[in-house]
Write a protein that binds this ligand. Sequence first.
Ligand code: KG4
Ligand code: ZN
Length: 340
Amino acid sequence: MDMKTEGVLVMGIETSCDETSVAITRDGREVLSNTILSQIDIHKRYGGVVPEVASRAHIEALTNVIEESLNSANMTLDRLDAIAVTYGPGLVGALLVGIGGAKALAMALGIPLIGVNHIKGHIFANFIEHKSLEPPFLSLIVSGGHTHLVDVLAYDDMVVLGRTKDDAAGEAFDKIARALGLGYPGGPLLEKLSLSGQPSYNFPRGMIKEDNFDFSFSGLKSSVLNTLNTLKMSGEDYNKADIARSFQDSVVEVLVEKSFKALIHKKRDTLVLCGGVAANKSLRLAMEKRAKEEGIRFLYPRTILCTDNGAMISCAGYYSYLAKDFCDMSLNAVPMLKLD
Ligand code: KG4
Ligand code: ZN
């Protein structure tokens, strides 16, 4: 088949944490396949991601996930135009598995290798969901490892306005969920519990009044843990759902406040939410309500594109492909890779 008529086909490989995922997109925004193998069941018994276990599971899974992704796209390797892969930030051993696989494919097929920043990938999930979305816009990335407010000026030009000084938003969800005995991963379980709770505890809103776009969730975390300990020691009756609801309200309020402060400061009219915590319905609703009041366009991707996936990496890889931003075989994992 003529390459030009079938568009640019990019395979995206994601292994930065606990999902082995391989996707194929056409011209960046059309997803032909997005195969995701979650390691949640493996890590559940440890209460969190164990890096060594994650690397091993990626090694065992990657070839099969690549094959399944090709099959479900009805695709053959020889039709691919480029291989994109997450090279950071993330767990070094986990990243190296994806990078190794991507290099082998790119070399064997004689096509470009593209290194993608994982955080950028989360933002690009929105280009898949919203076909007419174009920069500039403001993006809030909230995941298990990151909380960033980013001014997206162009596909290859982003400025980080603020970030968390300590825990990421998702990390805070996971830690409080653990303290409440909810299991792993805690975010979705805590959200579910919060639905039957009242905001009866007034937990701190970290850095909400400060004149910057940074976040802090460790004070909130300590406050919730102290409250829980005091309640347990006193033998008083308490409702876990009230704690969950009050905690979530604090996180949501801070995320909304800071995002809208940044929108005004940067005079942007569009806010784009992404990352695992973007799956949280209370957060989406609060953002939607505020956006309506302020006349801001508010977008987020469907849940499967919020958490880690290969499609977002493939989409970001497509725009690097257009810019001829290719890597050679020296591409290495960068666990603390920055966005700008
Ligand atoms: O983006 P992601 O899959 O991985 C990272 O790059 O970190 O995000 C995973 C994080 C976890 O901390 C998880 O608890 C959180 O996203 N999360 C949620 C929800 N769904 C996932 N947090 C709050 N509410 C949810 N519904
Ligand atoms: Zn992620």
